[in-house]
Design a binder for this molecule. Structure first.
Ligand SMILES: [Zn+2]
Length: 196
């Protein structure tokens, strides 16, 4: 309601976009994504969406992306943390966050099976929250059930940095943004590479 009121007052544009992605303030970023059937997943339209997500993530140097950021409500997200991303982290950050390269992983209909009660803090940004970062506490270890882009079931067991990236994307598919759970006083202008 608040967003609609702001738009009515012309304080927000009709479509909030940043580098081709929906930005915070867009109503559809707040809606839960819907499950994708195997038939739909294997359709050329869904495969093209996944290709577009990967291309957009790489073009914007993000480390993850959810379909909802492209305005699509299918429960699909991708993560990828490349050697180039890793090289841009300071050695201290890489060690603190146990950063390691994560190969391109497509998660369809992800469901968190387990999340450790042991939380770790880390700075996060988001392609849909341009220019900002904040500290968010995340589980140190997670297990996520999902399908790959071909429909094969997979269980991802992730720790540290890769767990953080995956949980950030799972949140997108629930209509949640990192700003919902950030340590509010940590909000700051971001480092260039911390976005997904
Ligand atoms: Zn994000």
């Amino acid at each position: 309601m608040l967003l609609r009121a702001l738009r009515y007052l012309s304080l927000l544009p009709e479509h909030l976009r940043h580098r081709g992605l929906l930005a915070i303030g867009e109503d559809s970023l707040r809606l839960p994504s819907r499950q994708v059937s195997l038939d739909e997943l294997r359709s050329s339209a869904t495969q093209a969406l996944i290709d577009r997500m990967i291309a957009t993530m790489r073009r914007t140097e993000g480390v993850g992306i959810a379909a909802v950021q492209l305005g699509d409500n299918r429960a699909i997200a991708c993560i990828e943390f490349t050697a180039k991303h890793l090289a841009e982290a300071t050695p201290e950050m890489a060690a603190t966050h146990k950063m390691e390269a994560v190969p391109l992983t497509v998660m369809v209909n992800p469901r968190v099976l387990r999340a450790s009660s042991d939380l770790v803090e880390g700075a996060e940004g988001c392609l849909s929250v341009p220019g900002m970062q904040a500290i968010v506490f995340r589980p140190r270890h997670v297990a996520i059930d999902c399908l790959d882009r071909n429909g094969a079931p997979q269980t991802l067991k992730l720790s540290g940095w890769s767990a953080r990236i995956a949980m950030h994307e799972v949140d997108h598919l629930k209509g949640e943004l990192f700003t919902d759970k950030m340590e509010r006083k940590s909000l700051a202008v971001m480092h260039k590479w911390l976005h997904w």
